[in-house]
Design a protein around this ligand. Structure first.
Ligand code: EPZ
Length: 421
């Protein structure tokens, strides 16, 4: 296993180019199952989760050629509709093949994703949506066995809870269904907007894109004629590097970002007393004379993202005063708390609320353990300001979603090195 050694960095400087969004690329790759042609996709992030989904698509019978950030993929040759446990257990987002496989083939089997470090993360809402479209679902021997021999039918899907993956699966299933599907209480994340836009460019009719009500006219089984496209920039990677600028109190420019995708994040940085400058495609954070504490409640887009909660907790340890963070989406997304405390942070947890008593420059380096993707990035941020040399173990979590983290941080002056255990 690999680990990172990070030394305290007094100041970072320069600019970081943001990669394509992992959470946009995953559903977009899954939706190529609906294509009648081969597709070129650019700005694909070179991260482990993407390669995991590509292995799954390959196992199903797809073929692709990839060089780092560009791929040409063809799924016409798919001849297997079973997403097996060995792949699904390594990445829950594998569930995203359920909707498109079922829509195209009328049957599929997808291993039930197991437990997860950040919460229970059931997939009941995905399954209910497929059932609303006429699918029969059986859970047998750890697999979701889905069938719709006569094809899926357009339906009214009302989500009890806003679900990103559930919305994505429903949109993809509705694409080839017979008739109109209304999705009520749909998620509105930029990743869902891009999924819908790519499908519209492929000839599908979707109304209400970017709102909580989507209306999709299914093609009744006819595959779609995709156009080539580029993946949108990763708003969470962008937010993470803005936090790197903030925690080290440095001037840093983030390039290749869509600023309005992270308005909720930059607004919180401004509340913490940082000046933020934006252009069309860049965001610059400027140093401050005092980091102020902040109150944060995570919620669905366009609210403050749960995927930035851990990074802001690391930042709050450097504020002058007490910050409060409420995690509303996942019941167990606080695994980083005890690791931040090992670095000397003063944090109290009460249910889903963390109280962080911040004091600038009080963290001391030690060994810490990464537990999930964003928790790991919070530890990287804390390590940038902890006195001494922090070792972060189990960094395979980071590799799942941050492209070339060491390269990008080193280029702006951080001291980051990777070692074998
Ligand atoms: C997506 O996960 C992201 N993953 C997550 O990013 C992100 O944290 C999450 O959305 C919330 O923004 C990808 O896009 C691949 P949900 P997803 O369904 O789709 C509950 C990261 O770090 N729920 O919107 O799985 C669920 O338990 C990752 O990049 C059900 O109860 O999230 C949660 O409490 C981690 N039943 C809430 O809904 C269901 O069937 C929102 O989850 C589905 C979800």
């Amino acid at each position: 296993m690999k680990y990172l050694k990070i030394s305290r960095s007094n100041k970072l400087q320069g600019s970081i180019k943001i990669s394509g969004a992992k959470n946009a690329a995953l559903p977009l790759l899954a939706c190529t199952i609906l294509a009648k042609n081969s597709i070129n996709i650019g700005n694909l992030p070179d991260v482990v989760d993407i390669n995991t989904l590509l292995s799954l698509l390959e196992k199903l019978g797809s073929s692709y050629t990839k060089n780092k950030n560009n791929i040409t993929i063809s799924t016409l040759s798919i001849n297997n509709t079973k997403a097996t446990y060995d792949i699904v257990k390594t990445m829950r987002a594998s569930i995203l093949v359920l909707g498109p496989l079922l829509a195209r083939f009328g049957h599929c089997e997808v291993s039930l994703p197991g437990g997860c470090a950040i919460g229970q993360r059931p997939v009941d809402l995905h399954l209910k949506a497929m059932e609303a479209m006429g699918a029969q679902i059986e859970i047998k021997s750890g697999y979701i066995q889905a069938t719709a021999p006569a094809g899926l039918k357009g339906a009214k899907i009302v989500f009890d809870k806003v679900t990103v993956g559930g919305t994505e699966n429903s949109v993809m299933a509705a694409a080839l269904a017979q008739g109109t599907t209304h999705i009520i209480n749909a998620a509105k994340e930029p990743e869902i907007v891009q999924l819908c836009e790519v499908l519209v460019n492929a000839g599908l009719s979707i109304k209400g894109i970017g709102t909580s009500e989507l209306i999709i006219e299914g093609t009744d089984g006819e595959l779609l004629d995709f156009k080539d496209f580029d993946i949108i920039p990763d708003r969470i990677e962008a937010g993470t590097y803005l936090c790197a600028g903030a925690i080290t109190n440095s001037k840093l420019t983030i390039e290749n970002v869509i600023p309005e995708h992270i308005d909720a994040v930059t607004a919180k940085l401004e509340e913490m007393n940082f000046e933020i400058q934006k252009t069309n495609r860049t965001i610059t954070i400027l140093p401050t004379n005092e980091i102020k504490p902040v109150n944060i409640i995570t919620t669905e887009y366009p609210g403050f993202p749960t995927d930035m909660q851990a990074q802001f907790m690391a930042l709050a340890t450097q504020a002058n005063g007490t910050s409060i963070i409420d995690e509303k989406l996942f019941e167990n997304r606080f695994m980083h708390v005890s690791e931040l405390m090992r670095l000397g942070a003063d944090i109290h947890l009460n249910g889903n609320t963390a109280t962080i008593n911040g004091t600038p420059n009080k963290l001391n380096a030690t060994d810490v353990m990464a537990t999930d993707l964003r928790a790991s990035s919070a530890l990287v941020l804390a390590a940038l300001v902890a006195e001494g040399e922090t070792s972060i173990h189990r960094i395979y979590h980071l590799d799942r979603g941050y492209e070339d983290l060491e390269g990008k941080l080193t280029a702006i002056g951080a001291k980051v090195e990777r070692f074998n255990e």
